[in-house]
Design a protein around this ligand. Structure first.
Ligand SMILES: Cc1ncc(COP(=O)(O)OP(=O)(O)O)c(N)n1
Ligand SMILES: Cc1ncsc1CCOP(=O)(O)O
Ligand SMILES: [Mg+2]
Length: 523
């Protein structure tokens, strides 16, 4: 199977079937489809069972080709039974010759013969993308695919993979030669060496890195590296994390995402699921599974898609500043994201509606392809028209409960609060987060009372909602803000520190680094 630069061409059988289906009735809908080629986990935390749950949770149909059956629970793997390669081949044929599979995701491929039949099937029935999670050892330390598979992985599977998602141990095993991966710098170097083996994208997962307060994954596209940070979640329920991440990437690709966006969404999904399930008790062993269906179960469905950690570096645009520095909103947003902004708000007080809408649509596209949420300041109409991820309103803008009724349950709503009472009301009205400030004096917003660090602390203490600090914040004082050490203070929102600057990218990178360092100090 040749590795295609983007979308692979459909096999003739698929095109014929789709054509006849679409002529049958106009209303037929193509459903995004993944097949997982992996092992069964009787405890249902990982393997085929996890893959089906993830895809279902992400709205994607998931077929399964079973390579091995494991007797497994939260204590570990008790025994493994490999399926004959001919039978794996039969399953592949059944699925790929009938269903309209968009993406193949692989997990446990326990023998070279099974990898061989998979490669044969893929050459006969090409798909749009191949996601390879090179599963080798279970969470409990049981070998699921030994060194016999390494040469066929290196020589034949990796060259046709669109993305591979090894953890540091798997990356070291694939590279061979006693490579040690214990730092982010070594993860980058491993990602590059693995990329040289042929996959289009590499994600080296750093969850097992020693001495790291964050969980850092390194993504490499052949040219650029991205470090994807998320807070480490302390829980026993981590069994199946790798399968979940790879399946979620596959599901997002099947829905049409580009690779970076799929990876970011997947990482966010895993973090949210881990966080949501950190206290559940299933089984008596040390490797508990987690719950993939958080969206269905969360009492407050409104907050299910919003990750409070996205408030870490909140970039708020300003039309006057962009004009002054002669850059478009789109360029400003691109640079902020590249520099590490974790959420964007378009605050374009002077823009004409038509022009603003067009710019907002372009920004939605950029943000979506980078897995970053985009909110609109004040203008609920613009947010609806461009399908932004949400809105930020102040105390004299449209009331939050009305915004909620207009935007529906899934959009993000932020509200400005200076006082305890406003913070209580924000929760009652159904806001997702609070913007609190101005913390320090600012020229960006006229006639705005400064509340200081004490005022910020008061708002944080008064609410269960996540809070982002705003007003006069930049590289020189961001650390003092984060040092107030309130658990729901998630980050800083800045306008001039990014956009009233010659180089948005440089300033964003510096501010991101400052925030990371101050967070590390607190841990
Ligand atoms: C994250 C964030 N926090 C506060 C504000 C201020 O909003 P508001 O009080 O409505 O004032 P304007 O921005 O509309 O002037 C914000 N925009 N973002
Ligand atoms: C919109 C807003 N809301 C409270 S202060 C402020 C302005 C923040 O701008 P800057 O980061 O340039 O001080
Ligand atoms: Mg406002």
């Amino acid at each position: 199977m040749q590795s295609l630069g983007g979308i692979r061409s459909w096999p003739a059988t698929y095109r014929a079937t789709t054509a006849s289906m679409t002529t049958t009735t106009e209303s037929m809908r193509k459903v995004a489809q993944v097949v997982t080629v992996a092992g069964s986990d009787s405890g249902a935390g990982a393997g085929i069972q996890a893959d089906i749950k993830v895809c279902s949770a992400r709205g994607v149909y998931c077929a399964s080709v079973i390579t091995a059956v494991t007797a497994q629970n939260t204590h570990g793997v008790q025994s493994v039974h490999l399926l004959p390669p001919e039978f794996v081949s039969e399953q592949l044929k059944s699925v790929l010759s009938d269903l309209q599979i968009d993406v193949v995701k692989t997990g446990m491929l326990p023998s070279p013969e099974i990898v061989d039949v998979l490669l044969q099937s893929l050459s006969e029935y090409p798909v749009r993308a191949l996601v390879v999670d090179p599963v080798m050892v279970s969470t409990s330390g049981h070998v699921l695919a030994g060194s016999s598979i390494l040469s066929i992985f290196r020589e034949r599977l990796l060259p046709v993979a669109d993305i591979i998602t090894p953890n540091v141990k798997e990356a070291a095993a694939l590279l061979g030669g006693g490579v040690r991966i214990q730092t982010v710098a070594q993860m980058r170097s491993a990602a590059k060496s693995l990329h040289d083996m042929g996959p289009r994208f590499v994600l080296v997962k750093g969850g097992d890195l020693p001495d790291s307060s964050d969980s850092v994954d390194v993504y490499f596209d052949g040219k650029e590296f991205h470090e994807l940070h998320s807070p480490r979640i302390t829980t026993r329920n981590t069994h199946g994390t790798g399968c979940t991440l790879a399946s979620c990437i596959a599901a997002e690709l099947a829905k049409g995402s580009n690779m970076l966006s799929a990876v970011k969404v997947a990482k966010r999904f895993v973090d949210s699921a881990l966080n949501y399930s950190k206290d559940i008790v299933i089984g008596s062993g040390m490797q508990g599974p987690f719950d993939h269906f958080l969206r269905l179960k969360k009492k407050d469905l409104r907050q299910s898609t919003f990750n409070p950690d996205d408030l870490f570096l909140y970039a708020v645009t300003d039309s006057r500043m962009n004009k002054k520095w002669n850059r478009s909103i789109v360029d400003a947003v691109k640079a902020a994201i590249e520099g590490g902004a974790t959420i964007i708000q378009l605050r374009e007080k002077e823009a004409e509606t038509r022009e603003f809408l067009e710019e907002a649509k372009s920004c939605v596209e950029i943000c979506r392809s980078n897995g970053v949420c985009l909110l609109i300041n004040d203008r609920v109409d613009i947010a609806l028209a461009c399908d932004a991820d949400g809105v930020h309103v102040g105390q004299s803008d449209m009331p939050v409960d009305l915004v909620r009724s207009l935007l529906g349950p899934d959009k993000i709503i932020g509200v400005s609060c200076k006082t305890e009472e406003q913070a209580h009301q924000a929760w009652k009205d159904g806001a997702d987060y609070i913007g609190s400030g101005g913390v320090f004096p600012t020229n960006t917003k006229a006639n705005n009372r400064t509340i200081g660090l004490d005022g910020l602390k008061e708002v944080c203490k008064a609410s269960k909602l996540p809070v982002v600090a705003i007003g006069g914040i930049g590289i020189s004082n961001a650390e003092s803000v984060m040092r107030i050490d309130e658990p729901n203070l998630k980050g800083v929102a800045v306008v001039s520190a990014l956009f009233d600057q010659q180089c948005v990218l440089t300033q964003a990178k510096k501010l991101h680094k400052t925030l990371r360092e101050s967070k590390r100090e607190q841990q």
